[in-house]
Design a protein around this ligand. Structure first.
Ligand SMILES: Cc1cc2nc3c(=O)[nH]c(=O)nc-3n(C[C@H](O)[C@H](O)[C@H](O)COP(=O)(O)OP(=O)(O)OC[C@H]3O[C@@H](n4cnc5c(N)ncnc54)[C@H](O)[C@@H]3O)c2cc1C
Length: 511
């Protein structure tokens, strides 16, 4: 394989390059997915790859989500790479900046920076059957790669609400994932639209500063206790000197989430237990029965993402906070009008309305063998074999693809499994120069039939959420434990794939 010509780039600096470049593997994205893939390749002694990143730094969601209070909700000892533990997290639920710093540290440690092209947005990728290569259009350059690994995440494209009048509001407004830090919220009347994972973190964080905050809620989230611990110096020393203690933290939360995951799919009898814990917490933290009624979810626990917080619910008893449950009619120049005709005046609107989660690969035009369009193949909902391979798209492997999200658990664990699987294929593709592998249609169809059958038993069928697309198909979640996924995807099985030789020399053959 020809070694890639790489352009060094530091955060904030745009890579300036043009023309055509050649590499074995092109990875798109430098969130945990892209980095996990790159690190796995390096750990296997393989360095013929580039990472293409539209942003100006690594981090993915941890670069973008800088809202006050942003932190992981899966404890850091578990929400980190297994082979890169960090004994010095400042707390169990580390803040955004620290997580991004951890990721930057990985890039430096593995000397990855020269392989990353910042400011490089991929707009299309086309499989060339004559050469078995992917031609990837990336901000003025064409990358020609044997293997294409999109690691663009499920939550990297913010979604605004579908409300009339969004553009008419005269004050500042922004999405929580694009927080405008130039807007001083001190003494302002703030309208928050949405009560998902991000709102649960920033609502309590901004409450002390604002004059008044109206939170518009469509459905109340289930809130569970957040067992936060500020790690002190002695914790750090213990984690460094006695690794089993650190591993016990990781193992404990891994186990807890595995048990909860069973409750979400296979053990429905556990669900009332989870709701009882949440309802007891609600009773304790919200004394006013009317307010408590509004904050009580009206759907099964676990159906939407369960959230962990000890300060969200008490925020609604503060004198400067109102909870509005009447549906929103429109946004107006001076605020938000609800269906009962009330205008809720606001100086600032913050949209906490989530992401385009079911639109995997989003605006990238991907064309596989025979010119087939991935958007068309996925018109009824995204699917893939083990979340990574789609028939007709040889040598394309998705990180954090369809049905690999979790109701509870560390996505990083899933990404490590995927990186290990893809690295096995890449080794084979690099060894047998010029081949491509394409998952067999029958194998992929049967896998997804069984997967959807399992999902039919899951709690996620009981309400609408970002786990499901417009037609109701669950496209995002994995129906089980992370261990079950690892068992499924720990080994690449060549017999699940067709080996395709370049059209230029011979026809495709099945091994
Ligand atoms: C606020 C927030 C908190 C979260 N907390 C947790 C948690 O506690 N635990 C957990 O398990 N999960 C959590 N998640 C889920 C999180 O998405 C995953 O854990 C993980 O970070 C996903 O990594 P990724 O690399 O797949 O995607 P991302 O982090 O979204 O990275 C994708 C990257 O691809 C780049 N990209 C996208 N399109 C293009 C393009 N066309 N060209 C070039 N580059 C492109 C983006 O700029 C981005 O850098 C959270 C998500 C959010 C938004």
């Amino acid at each position: 394989m020809t070694a890639p010509r790489v352009t060094s780039a530091t955060p904030g600096e745009r890579s300036d390059f043009g023309g055509t470049e050649r590499t074995t593997v092109a990875i798109v994205g430098t969130g945990f997915g892209g980095l996990a893939m790159a690190l796995e390749l390096l750990r296997n002694g393989f360095d013929d790859f580039v990472l293409l990143e539209k942003g100006d730094d690594v981090g993915g969601v941890w670069r973008e989500n800088t809202y006050p209070g942003a932190a992981c909700d899966i404890p850091s000892p578990y929400y980190s790479l297994s082979y890169e533990p960090n004994p010095t997290w400042s707390s169990r639920f580390s803040p955004q900046a620290e997580i991004q710093q951890y990721m930057r540290g990985l890039v430096d440690k593995y000397r990855l920076r020269p392989k990353i092209r910042f400011g490089c947005e991929v707009s299309s990728a086309t499989f060339d059957e004559a050469t078995n290569t992917w031609r990837i259009d990336a901000g003025g350059t064409t990358i020609v790669a044997n293997v294409f690994v999109p690691a663009t995440g499920q939550l990297s494209r913010p979604k605004l609400p579908d409300l009339p009048g969004l553009d008419e509001f005269t004050g500042p407004s922004f999405h929580s994932a694009q927080w405008d830090h130039s807007v001083d919220l001190t003494g302002k009347r703030v309208a928050v639209i949405g009560t998902g994972a991000s709102a649960v973190q920033f609502v309590p964080a901004i409450q002390p500063h604002v004059a008044h905050m109206t939170v518009f809620q469509r459905s109340a989230p289930w809130i569970l206790p957040r067992p936060e611990v500020q790690y002190r110096k002695w914790h750090h020393t213990l984690f460094k000197l006695v690794p089993p203690v650190r591993l016990a933290e990781r193992f404990g939360f891994w186990l807890l989430c595995e048990v909860i995951s069973l409750g979400l799919v296979d053990a429905p009898w556990m669900r009332p237990l989870i709701s009882q814990i949440a309802l007891r917490k609600l009773r304790k933290e919200v004394p006013d029965p009317e307010l408590r009624g509004k904050l009580t979810p009206d759907y099964a626990a676990g159906c939407k993402r369960g959230l962990f917080s000890d300060d969200y619910l008490p925020t609604f008893s503060k004198p400067n906070v109102s909870l509005e449950t009447t549906s929103i009619e429109r946004v107006e120049p001076n605020g938000v009008r609800t269906a009962d005709g009330t205008l809720h005046e606001a100086d600032v609107i913050i949209y906490a309305t989530g992401f385009r989660a079911t639109e995997f690969l989003g605006p990238i035009t991907v064309r596989g063998a025979g010119g087939r369009d991935l958007a068309e193949v996925w018109r009824d909902g995204a699917f893939a074999y083990k979340g990574m391979s789609v028939p007709g798209f040889p040598n394309m492997f998705l990180m954090y693809g369809p049905n690999t999200n979790l109701g509870c658990g560390s996505i990083i664990y899933m990404l490590e499994t995927q990186a290990g699987y893809i690295a096995q294929v890449i080794r084979e593709v690099a060894r047998r120069r010029g081949i491509a592998v394409d998952v067999r249609e029958d194998v992929c169809t049967e896998y997804n039939r069984a997967l959807q059958k399992r999902l039919d038993r899951s709690v996620w069928t009981l309400c609408s959420s970002w786990y499901r697309n417009a037609s109701g198909r669950i496209t995002n979640n994995w129906p089980g434990t992370v261990l079950a996924y690892r068992m499924t995807a720990r080994r690449w099985q060549p017999s699940d794939y067709r080996t395709v030789l370049p059209a230029r020399s011979t026809e495709g053959v099945t091994v």
